[in-house]
Design a protein around this ligand. Structure first.
Ligand SMILES: [Zn+2]
Length: 408
C-alpha cells in the first residue's frame, strides 16, 4: 500500500498521544501472509527494490489507520427497544425502566424466545455496519440469556456470527448483567451464576476469553461482583467489569484489586479509583455514546488520563444504545469529554486492543496483523471532526480486502 496521505501506525514511542500515533506522511505499508512486514514512507519503499508486489494499492493521499477494535459491544440480541426513546423523553430513566421489567429484561425475554441461528442472523447486519465503519475486531458479550440454556445459546450465536463475518469476534461471558425475574434478589442470583452457570460455561469447548459483570447500585453490588470475578479468575477467565456507570459503586476499586483487564463506563468513578486502576494496568473503556442515550454525565476522561490510566473507547452497541459508528463515538469523546483527536484514535486502536488483552492488533508494526482501513479523509483529525457521514473507503482484515465502498 503506497501514498497514504497520513499513515497512522499507532506504534510510536514517546510520552504524548501524538507521539504514540506515529504519523507517517506519504506512508507505505508492506504486507505478506496477512501480517505487516514493514512500514515507512512511499519513497523508502520504492527504493527497496522488492521486485513486483503481487498486489499494489494506491491510497491516493487518503488516511490509513489500523483497523478499529471495538472493545465493548452487546451486539447479539433479539428484538429492539425503540419505544424507550419516548419513555425516556417523558422522564423515565434507564434504571427505572429496568426496575419495571423493561430494558435488559425485555431483551432477555425476546432473546430467550429466539434460536442461536435466528440470533446470529438478526445480529449480522449490525456487525456488518461496524465493519463498514472500519471495525476489524469486536468484543461481543452474552448476558441476555440469564440462564444456562440462554447463555450457551448466545455463545453459539456469537460463534456462528464469527464464521460468517470477516470481523474477528472476542466473546465475553457476561454472567451478571441483570437479575432475572425468577430470582428474588441479586445475591441469590449471583450465587447461582457463580456456582452453576460459570463452571458450565468454562467447560465449553470453545469457551469465551473474558468474564464480565455489571457493578452498579440497584444491579449487582461490589461484593457480589468481587466474589463472581474471583470464581471466574480461578476458572481461567480474564476479567472485565461494568463499573460506576450511574453511581459510584466501588467498581473501579474491584477492577484494581482483582487485576481486571478493563473496567468499563466509569461515569461516576472517583479519581482514587482511576489511580488504583492505573497502578494495576487496568484499561479504562469509556462509552460516551451510552451517556448520550441514557442522559447521564460523561466520564471524566481527562482526569482518568491524568491519573495515568490507559483510555480506550467503545461503541457499547446494544439495544439501549444502538451505536454502530466509532467515528461518532470519537466525536463525542472530543466534544463531550475533551479528549484530543489523537487520544480518541488510540482509544479505538492500540488502547482498545489492550482492553481485550491483545498486542497484535490495533497497531501497524512489523509482525502485527495486517488489519487496516483507508478513510476518505486526508488526516486523522478529520475522523472526529466530520460527523454523521460514512467515509470509509476500504477495510482490510489480515491483508485481505473485506469491504470496499466503491468510491475510491
Ligand atoms: Zn455494556
Amino acid at each position: 500500500m503506497i501514498h497514504a496521505g497520513e499513515l497512522v501506525t499507532c506504534a510510536g514511542r514517546g510520552g504524548t498521544a501524538e507521539e504514540e500515533l506515529e504519523v507517517v506522511e506519504d506512508g507505505a505499508l508492506l504486507v505478506a501472509k496477512g501480517k505487516v512486514v514493514w512500514t515507512g514512507t512511499t519513497r523508502q519503499l520504492l527504493q527497496k527494490n522488492l521486485g513486483k508486489a503481487k498486489k499494489s494499492i494506491d491510497a491516493q493521499g487518503s488516511l490509513v489507520t489500523p483497523g478499529f477494535v471495538d472493545p465493548h459491544t452487546h451486539l447479539v440480541y433479539a428484538g429492539s427497544r425503540e419505544d424507550e426513546l419516548e419513555r425516556k423523553a417523558a422522564g423515565e430513566s434507564y434504571i427505572s425502566i429496568l426496575a419495571g421489567g423493561g430494558g435488559i429484561l425485555r431483551t432477555v425475554r425476546e432473546t430467550r424466545a429466539s434460536s442461536a441461528a435466528a440470533l446470529a442472523s438478526e445480529s449480522v447486519g449490525r456487525l456488518s455496519q461496524l465493519m463498514k465503519n472500519g471495525v476489524t475486531t469486536a468484543e461481543v458479550k452474552t448476558g441476555y440469556g440469564l440462564d444456562l440454556a440462554g447463555e450457551t445459546k448466545m455463545l453459539a450465536a456469537i460463534r456462528r456470527l464469527g464464521r460468517v463475518s470477516p470481523v474477528e469476534l472476542i466473546p465475553t461471558f457476561l454472567g451478571l448483567h441483570a437479575r432475572p425475574p425468577e430470582f428474588r434478589d441479586s445475591k441469590e442470583y449471583a450465587d447461582h451464576v457463580t456456582r452453576d452457570i460459570l463452571p458450565a460455561v468454562a467447560a465449553e469447548r470453545d469457551r469465551p476469553t473474558f468474564s464480565d459483570c455489571f457493578c452498579e447500585a440497584g444491579v449487582f453490588s461490589a461484593a457480589e461482583c468481587s466474589a463472581y470475578l474471583r470464581a471466574s479468575r480461578s476458572l481461567g477467565f480474564r476479567l472485565k467489569i461494568h463499573a460506576d456507570e450511574f453511581a459510584e459503586s466501588g467498581g473501579a476499586g474491584v477492577a484494581a484489586e482483582l487485576g481486571c483487564v478493563s473496567a468499563d463506563h466509569l461515569g461516576r468513578s472517583d479519581i482514587s479509583g482511576a489511580r488504583a486502576m492505573a497502578n494495576q494496568g487496568v484499561t479504562a473503556v469509556l462509552l460516551p455514546g451510552t451517556s448520550l442515550y441514557s442522559s447521564i454525565p460523561y466520564a471524566d476522561a481527562r482526569g482518568i488520563i491524568a491519573a495515568g490510566c490507559r483510555v480506550a473507547l467503545g461503541t457499547d452497541l446494544s439495544p439501549n444504545s444502538w451505536v454502530e459508528s466509532p467515528q461518532f463515538v470519537m466525536s463525542l469523546a472530543c466534544t463531550g469529554m475533551r479528549m484530543t483527536p489523537a487520544q480518541t484514535l488510540l482509544g479505538f486502536t492500540k488502547h482498545a486492543a489492550a482492553a481485550v488483552a491483545r498486542s497484535d492488533i490495533g497497531v501497524l508494526a512489523e509482525g502485527s496483523q495486517a488489519d487496516f482501513v483507508i478513510h476518505g479523509v486526508p488526516g486523522y483529525r478529520f475522523i472526529p471532526y466530520r460527523v454523521g457521514g460514512s467515509y470509509v473507503l476500504s477495510v482490510f482484515k489480515r491483508g485481505r480486502l473485506v469491504y470496499d465502498s466503491g468510491e475510491s
